[in-house]
Design a protein around this ligand. Structure first.
Ligand SMILES: NC(=O)c1ccc[n+]([C@@H]2O[C@H](COP(=O)([O-])OP(=O)(O)OC[C@H]3O[C@@H](n4cnc5c(N)ncnc54)[C@H](OP(=O)(O)O)[C@@H]3O)[C@@H](O)[C@H]2O)c1
Length: 383
């Protein structure tokens, strides 16, 4: 997700770019499915368009075909992901496109699933449809990087956000709720939350900060969609009276290890939370796999020092968004990374590198990514 630059800038074809923009509208809701957008063009005019909004709902191609009706006959379909040929929760899109009389298709990227990759394009071509591919699948693969990563690794894409003082502290004192960043930081947090499938915090942060983890606008009004909220714990059980468990704030899931006491987790179920368990010996990997198996392609982790350190050590951070405010904390504030770099076998060789930087009102924002990922997103400012 680009905070300061246009992720569609590398897409030359204007209709594919339009389809890319439509696909974005499913961000946060399409999971565990991919983001897909589709535009139908006939005689130079857009006759139908659509995106995949949620799993179980119609695919982008079907939404576009229904919007176009008879005007789909002979049309050119621009679709960000190769149309499917298999029966899932809905019938194959290729069949729908053929029966609607689509004459030409331009596709952003292949379906990576080895059993179906290329099949959609082949079936269309075999039926006489002209099939073209985007000159560069890169932007489409980046758009669906979370889905692709979950298919490949069986865990969600992990985006971590931390707010830090200028001297690098995530709180003004240990185990104390601290307001570190200003309006710019809040704006970035709300943007990241609004585009996340799920927001994750540690149980300890629930007990210290008692956050709501909602999405709110500048006037503090609650957004229409609340992402799923997930509380991670190993053995502790969060307080069922915590704000995060308020029923009117959307779904809340507690992901606890099998070393947590079932009796201690029971009150959480009574206040409407769902509890997922994983094997304690599997650590964070087990917790993340349980989240992915629950249909989540990506998570936004608002991490305190313990969770941050665990995610860092296990190399689970796919993207790190650091929001830095202008104030100092000093020695009372805990460090973000718990432990000693050398003693833990960590050296100063970079693991992440900066890909975007910008200013959000009075706060500085830097986005970091794994070194083996593509760099190159720009600079700018938000808010
Ligand atoms: N500046 C920021 O961006 C930011 C964001 C969040 C929080 N904070 C601050 O951070 C402080 C809380 O930090 P914290 O270090 O106490 O808590 P934390 O890092 O937020 O979360 C630790 C919690 O995560 C659970 N957990 C699950 N798997 C874990 C694993 N593999 N390793 C470590 N923990 C795991 C732990 O469960 P068990 O208890 O069962 O072990 C523990 O309750 C507060 O002062 C809060 O204000 C700052």
């Amino acid at each position: 997700m680009a905070l300061f630059s246009d992720p569609a800038v590398g897409i030359d074809d204007p209709m594919l770019r339009r389809a890319f923009g439509l696909a974005e509208r499913g961000r946060g809701t399409a999971s565990p499915n991919p983001l897909v957008g589709c535009v139908l063009v006939s005689d130079g005019a857009v006759v139908g368009e659509g995106f995949h909004a949620q799993a179980g709902g119609p695919h982008a191609e079907v939404v576009a075909l229904e919007a176009a009706g008879d005007r789909a006959r002979g049309a050119h379909a621009y679709v960000t992901l190769e149309p499917c040929t298999h029966f899932g929760k809905t019938p194959p899109c290729v069949d729908r496109m053929l029966s609607a009389g689509i004459a030409e298709v331009t596709i952003g990227m292949r379906d990576p699933n080895p059993e179906v990759s290329g099949c959609g394009a082949e079936a269309l071509a075999a039926a006489g449809v002209t099939v073209n591919w985007a000159a560069d699948p890169g932007p489409f693969e980046t758009q669906n990087e979370a889905w692709l990563l979950r298919l490949r690794l069986g865990r969600p894409f992990v985006r971590v956000k931390v707010a830090l003082t200028l001297d690098g502290r995530p709180a003004l004192a240990a185990r104390r709720r601290s307001k570190i960043t200003g309006a710019g930081g809040r704006h970035v947090t709300m943007r990241l939350r609004s585009e996340a499938t799920a927001i994750v915090v540690g149980a300890s942060t629930v007990s210290v900060d008692d956050p709501e983890l909602t999405v709110r606008d500048e006037n503090d009004a609650l957004a229409e969609r609340s992402p799923r909220r997930i509380v991670l714990s190993r053995t502790s059980a969060p307080n069922p009276r915590a704000c995060v468990f308020s029923a009117d704030r959307g779904e809340c899931v507690v992901v606890a290890s099998d070393a947590a006491s079932p009796a201690a987790l029971e009150p959480l179920v009574r206040v409407g939370a769902r509890v997922l368990t994983y094997a304690y010996r599997d650590g964070l990997s087990g917790a993340l796999r349980a989240i992915a198996a629950d249909g989540v392609n990506d998570v936004l982790v608002e991490a305190g020092p313990s969770l941050f350190t665990a995610l860092w050590r296990d190399r689970f951070i796919d993207e790190l968004v650091v929001v830095t405010a202008g104030g100092m904390s000093g020695n009372a504030g805990p460090p973000l990374f718990l432990g000693c770099a050398d003693a833990e076998g960590q050296d100063l060789a970079p693991v992440l590198h900066p890909v975007e930087t910008g200013i959000a009102q009075g706060d500085a924002v830097t986005v970091w990514r794994q070194l083996d990922q593509e760099p190159g997103l720009g600079k700018g400012s938000v808010g």
